[in-house]
Write a protein that binds this ligand. Structure first.
Ligand SMILES: [Zn+2]
Length: 682
């Protein structure tokens, strides 16, 4: 074993230490990003992977030939601890004829917890259904090790159907208590003739005198179901609880298709199939021509006035993708019905959600992700935000492949979902926001354009724009408004270089627990593989991630946002003292886990003089920093702890600044202190 005196960084060095550590060493995840940039690190990573495969600690889930570089093979491997899968412990390994090219992923040291559950499998299925308040779904629950920010839990993972929705639940394997829950429906909106009167060619099947929206011209069957406003039938088919009949498939008596919602869904799904095949050589969503199932008309537009908010938000003003839904239980998309002009005020009309090519392509990209990177949907994870970001990226990229660039309806732009409203990309007053996302300048639609502006544990579409804006900058170039850093893009004529780099990263290189930092290193690696080290594409992607503030996570950091302007945050008025400020504070562990030993704050008046120095205990940290995961004094490597709290200055002081400092002990037993920037409160 060589000594490691170098500064900690993403890489294999830390892992070597961890693997060699004794059994009672503190357990932790380690992020691997080993490439040919360091052949020593890469060889070491390769040896660890091979040794773990021999020990059945890593199991190959999937191995596929690279569709863009035919001499390359990509393996996806899942980590098991004494026979139990560890959630988010997985990696990708890329191999060329002359050896390994890259290894990316997260491995955990043995968590040192007992792996014998108190609850039986049957008990767990009951506990999951009971906790969800519904019926269990799918095969029996799986015993897993679940890493949360406060440490490791032995858990059962299972699904339940609740009011037509599929929920994923993790329950404690001893008590049955819920550790984590999230919907398997990925919603799009926290917010015929085609819908725009254009004519499209529809691929259909002639069936006993009628034509059905069932495309068998392409290798992947594409089926559009017309639910005719029958929501209970729709829910049952979507969740896979009932089997569709021939009469559920959209039909036309004479093959002149006048139902624009059906036409758009069927045609745009075909275009998406063609786009990912021609551009990236991928055969369908899963690379093996998985059938594409699309559900339209879940409700009747005429019923919108009496629809409760839950129906309004899911089946009118939304679209969803669900990776375990549909007739084969392997994925389906559902497109909401929209809303009539002025229903939400502002004279805005909301189109059916299949009306926008980029929205259909966005949903189907979720199908690609669900069968490749499997970016997890944990509510507070960066992987969830990346899942949305990559869907927007290939949403607009599909539009650029088929539509003329421009800002009119049916033209391609960097505004995801612009065609959902008339006028385009409109603010919807009664809904209180935009259905569109402006990748060229996320601030326009109230989203972050920089990593420091992210809302940890927040809405994934909101945080996603850090990634989709980086994609935009890598192509078009320009200056990031928050950092002031400029990017030399590859130019629109070379957009396929950036599209290929991002698609290859998503489908081949990114593991399930990817963070923004992983997206950075894998997209850079993909560009380097495809176009060479120092190529324009590699340089543009590197500059773009720099500009949006995404770097490898190494040392611990802390950020402080006064009055974060997110829908989930409370307002200063709720503090009941005036003046008060809401402080959003995030503490991020780097490559080492941290044990917080104390924290303190310093307040300054407007002239910059210290007016207060307060010291707080580690246990107050555990009770306060619980907004993006369970509160604890431990923060696992590569994860965050955060709090949203009311803050006041000394009585009578109406403005000034504040700074918060943290003290912790890292894995090596060293004391580390780090602070937020000093932030002005006015
Ligand atoms: Zn989405």
């Amino acid at each position: 074993m060589r000594p490691f005196s170098i500064a900690p960084r993403l890489g294999v060095a830390a892992l070597l230490v961890a693997i060699a550590a004794t059994a009672n060493a503190q357990s932790r995840p380690t992020t691997l990003a080993a490439t040919r940039a360091s052949t020593t690190d890469l060889r070491a990573a390769d040896q660890i992977v091979d040794a773990m495969i021999r020990d059945h600690a890593l199991v190959v889930r999937d191995a596929q030939r690279d569709t863009l570089m035919p001499d390359r093979v990509h393996e996806r491997l899942d980590q098991y601890v004494r026979g139990v899968r560890i959630v988010g412990g997985d990696l990708t390994r890329q191999t060329a004829p002359d050896g390994t090219v890259s290894v990316f992923g997260t491995l955990h040291t043995d968590p040192g917890i007992g792996l014998t559950p108190t609850l039986s499998n049957e008990d767990a299925a009951t506990a999951i259904a009971k906790a969800a308040g519904g019926d269990s779904n799918g095969s029996g629950p799986e015993l897993v090790v679940l890493p949360l920010s406060d440490g490791y839990h032995l858990a059962y993972r299972g699904q339940a159907i609740v009011a037509g929705e599929i929920l994923n639940l993790f329950v404690d394997a001893h008590t049955g208590g819920v550790l984590q829950r999230y919907s398997d429906f990925i919603s799009e909106v926290g917010v015929g003739t085609g819908a725009y009167g254009d004519t499209k060619k529809v691929s259909v099947l002639a069936s006993s005198g009628a034509f059905v929206a069932d495309d068998r011209l392409r290798p992947s069957e594409i089926t559009t179901y017309d639910m005719k406003g029958n929501l209970s039938r729709m829910s049952a088919l979507y969740a896979g609880a009932q089997t569709p009949a021939a009469s559920d498939i959209a039909t036309s008596a004479n093959n002149v298709w006048s139902d624009s919602t059906v036409v758009d869904a069927q045609v745009y799904a075909g275009w998406y199939y063609d786009y990912i095949f021609k551009r990236f050589g991928r055969q369908g969503l899963n690379g093996a021509n998985l059938r594409i199932a699309l559900f339209t008309h879940p409700v009747r537009l005429a019923d919108i006035g009496s629809a409760p908010n839950s129906i309004l938000g899911t089946y009118y003003v939304n679209a969803t993708f669900c990776g375990s839904c549909g007739p084969n239980g392997r994925g389906a998309a559902q497109f909401g019905e929209g809303a009539p002009r002025n229903f939400f005020g502002g004279n805005v009309e909301i189109k059916p959600f299949s009306a926008s090519l980029d929205v259909v392509a966005h949903e189907l990209t979720h199908g690609v992700t669900a069968t490749s990177a499997r970016l997890n949907g944990f509510p507070f994870s960066e992987a969830g935000a990346l899942n949305e970001g990559f869907s927007d990226i290939f949403g607009v990229s599909t539009a650029f492949a088929y539509e003329t660039p421009g800002n009119a309806p049916l033209q391609a732009s960097y505004i995801q979902g612009r065609d959902l409203t008339v006028p385009g990309a409109a603010f919807v007053p009664g809904y209180g926001g935009y259905l569109a996302r402006t990748m060229f300048n996320p601030l326009v639609t109230g989203n972050p354009d920089h990593y420091l502006l992210r809302n940890i544990g927040g809405e994934p579409h909101y945080n996603s724009m850090i990634a989709s804006h980086a994609f935009y900058l890598a192509i078009e170039g320009g200056v990031n408004r928050t950092s002031g850093r400029s990017v030399a893009g590859v130019g629109a004529a070379n957009r396929e270089q950036i599209e290929k780099s991002f698609f290859r990263a998503l489908t081949a290189l990114m593991p399930s627990s990817s963070t923004f930092a992983t997206a950075r290193v894998t997209t850079i690696q993909a560009a380097r593989d495809l176009y060479g080290a120092g190529s324009g594409a590699e340089r543009a992607i590197t500059q773009a991630w720099d500009a949006v503030g995404v770097q490898e996570r190494t040392a611990p950091t802390a950020t402080l946002l006064p009055n974060p302007s997110t829908s989930s945050a409370s307002t200063a008025a709720s503090c009941n003292v005036s003046p008060a400020w809401i402080l959003g504070v995030t503490v991020s562990a780097g490559s080492s886990s941290l044990r917080i030993t104390g924290w303190s704050s310093d307040d300054f008046n407007a002239a910059g003089a210290v007016i207060d120095h307060s010291v707080y205990t580690a246990s107050s940290f555990a009770s306060q920093f619980n907004s993006c995961g369970p509160g604890s004094t431990t923060i696992l490597a590569q994860t965050d702890a955060c709090s949203t709290t009311c803050w006041i200055l000394n009585p009578g002081v109406t403005g000034g600044s504040t700074q918060i400092t943290f003290a912790a002990v890292d894995d090596a037993g060293r004391t580390v202190t780090f602070s937020t920037p000093r932030v002005t409160l006015r």
